[in-house]
Design a protein around this ligand. Structure first.
Ligand SMILES: [Zn+2]
Length: 381
């Protein structure tokens, strides 16, 4: 699968609404949709209009914003839900239905044959009402469903020749990258329609699983900003972007406004009242900090030595930390040079030793280090 052909289906305004801290107002939704559009995601998925009168209005409103991104809504595979969704003017409808034994027994209570019948009826109805609308049919809890059941459902629906893409959902985050690769590859061999993958992060595999899906031929990957969603969420947009960056930064940079990623994450963090996690890919506070002497020396010579991602693509800066006991003479010399101080090697060595000794005893700031450098120069100058 080519990176240039991959599409991101961002679900911050659907899956993200299911996050325990989320409560987006109409204004928030518009702001987030515009920010996602500015970043350049290909699709924005919004909450089902059947949830409440306000969700119906919001869905309609978002569909009419005139965004570059296509607006989709995610609905149960019910005729009544489909009628309401059609009314909102969205570009596409994402249908889903549980196929695992657990969901069939304790959820909708339907057999595989009944699932095929219902899906056929709903899909045919939507297509008759609006042949232009983009249609996705997804199984739910796909990785706890029998492969034979999944393929029976997909192949039966595929025969209709109406659906644009088939979805696979790791609804409880139980799949491994290997399992994802195998299932998507199997589907790829059965039909040529697009394939969408939705990964939950319960076992920390969402980014790896999404990438495995892409490698096996998935054309659409679901994300949300900061990964917000049910429980601990889904594939975070920044994580997917980081993973894809390592393949081909230039193509990624042409597809998306990478320099806008930080602002987009800050906006959503603000709306949910949380800060961006320090270890979040690309946009977390720790992402481009270098500390140990061995690392800082090499990074100052060539940043690629200890960086898979260049922060400049994202309009971010790396930090070389020198105010700690792990510091080294090369980073201190680099800082002295930045400050315009001309110091001999033996002087740098002495200052480095002073900083290390002080840092063992007390917390130093980078300003403290600068003061030490200035005062040393003053005393000897
Ligand atoms: Zn989900």
């Amino acid at each position: 699968m080519l990176l240039s052909k991959l599409a991101i289906v961002d679900s911050t305004l659907r899956e993200g609404e299911q996050f325990f801290k989320s409560n987006f107002s109409t204004g928030d939704k518009v702001e987030i949709a515009r920010a996602l559009d500015q970043f350049g995601v290909e699709y924005i998925e919004v909450t089902s209009p059947t949830v409440s009168p306000q969700s119906y209005q919001d869905c309609k409103n978002l569909a009419q914003l005139g965004l570059q991104a296509k607006v989709l809504t995610h609905i149960r595979c019910h005729l009544e839900d489909a009628k309401i969704a059609l009314d909102t003017g969205v570009d596409g409808i994402n249908l889903f239905m549980g196929t695992s034994k657990l969901l069939r027994q304790f959820g909708h209570g339907k057999s595989i044959d009944e699932i095929i019948d219902i899906a056929t009826e709903v899909i045919t109805f939507i297509h008759q009402q609006n042949p232009q609308i983009e249609l996705r049919f997804s199984t739910e809890d796909s990785f706890r469903s029998f492969l034979s059941d999944l393929l029976r459902v997909y192949l039966a629906i595929n025969k209709l020749g109406i659906v644009n893409r088939f979805g696979v959902a790791d609804t409880v985050g139980i799949a491994t990258p290997h399992q994802v690769y195998q299932l998507i590859q199997e589907m790829r061999q059965c039909f040529s329609e697009d394939i969408e993958f939705h990964a939950h992060n319960d076992t920390g595999c969402a980014i790896a699983n999404s990438f495995a899906a892409f490698e096996a031929g998935a054309t659409h990957i679901d994300t949300s900003v900061l990964g917000i969603g049910e429980r601990n969420g889904i594939t975070p947009l920044s994580g997917l972007i980081a993973r894809l960056y390592t393949l081909d930064p230039e193509t990624l940079n042409r597809k998306y406004s990478l320099s806008y990623l930080q602002k987009l994450n800050q906006l959503v963090a603000e709306k949910i009242g949380l800060s961006i996690p320090f270890d979040h890919c690309i946009v977390g506070e720790a992402a481009f900090n270098h500390k140990a002497g061995v690392h800082t020396k090499a990074v100052l010579n060539n940043s690629q030595t200890y960086e898979a991602i260049n922060p400049s693509y994202f309009d971010l800066n790396r930090s070389v930390l020198i105010n700690h006991k792990l510091t080294g003479k090369n980073s201190i010399a680099h800082r002295a040079h930045q400050l315009g101080l001309n110091l001999e090697t033996f002087q740098i060595q002495a200052i480095t030793q002073t900083i290390k000794t002080l840092a063992e005893r007390e917390k130093l700031t980078s300003e403290n280090v600068d003061e030490i450098l200035y005062s040393y120069k003053k005393n000897i100058g």
